[in-house]
Design a binder for this molecule. Sequence first.
Ligand SMILES: N#Cc1ccc(Nc2nc(N)cc(-n3cnc(CCO)c3)n2)cc1
Length: 287
Amino acid sequence: QFHMIKYEDLRWCESLGQGSFTRIFKGSKIDIRDGERHVTDVLLKELDANHKNCWESFFEAASLMSQISHKHLLLVYGISVHRSKNVMVQEFVKFGALDLFLKREGSVSVSWKLDVAKQLASVLNFLEEKNITHGNICAKNLLLAREGDASQGSSPFIKLSDPGINVTMLGRDVVLDRIPWVAPEVLEAPERLELECDKWSFGATLWEIFNGGQAPLQGLDLERKLQFYETYKQLPSSEWTELADLISQCMNYQPAFRPSCRSIIRQLNSLITSGTSRELIAVKKLQ
Ligand SMILES: N#Cc1ccc(Nc2nc(N)cc(-n3cnc(CCO)c3)n2)cc1
């Protein structure tokens, strides 16, 4: 269920960092189509050689992405296996991971943030309708295809990345370090990854988007992160009560009590109307 790409048709350029058990590089792939040579920018996601036992899970994540298509889902061109190299070949998304962008950009408008949140909610709704759980929703896995420029009125455009190695394959410390994105119920039973888990992670991601891309509970060691769940803590809430309500509804310790995607989208729509008018009033006060 994959397009196999010949290793010799790939070129590695600069390294762009690493995820859990993977390294990512900018690269290009070469296709010969109707006698013409086409070079395409790609993102090469390599599985660490010392985690070869995860290759099924690594490719399973990618195959999820290539069996369904949606405008806000990352395009996976295929995979390339050569000797000990397992490589996933993805479309190169122009502006990279959202968390880094938010940290770099600092001030984006409320409507920009809500636009991104709505795009994420819409692709989660698409996955929910197909009963597909992503399992690793976070700002780092949201890629920015278009920056959007408030002054020009052009809006951002995001793509949801593959979930990476399945959480059941990760060591406990790696899962603990994903607190508060990983839903509490997943800690006890990682194999029971369900749709509700993505709602919890959506709440944590919404918090990131409205907190300049900074990681929630950053700097807490694993013990304290575990205590956060054991004592049923919530993330520091925004002054914007409607936003804080939505985040805490998503991050409900009872999975069944988390809102449906439709409800999330409805609440985002009302935030958009109240949020943009709040922003207009604030701007008017400044004039
Ligand atoms: N400066 C810069 C810059 C860096 C990267 C991209 N593009 C791109 N395209 C993808 N398909 C995936 C990623 N990506 C980034 N971080 C992860 C790991 C967490 O998912 C994946 N980045 C564009 C510009």
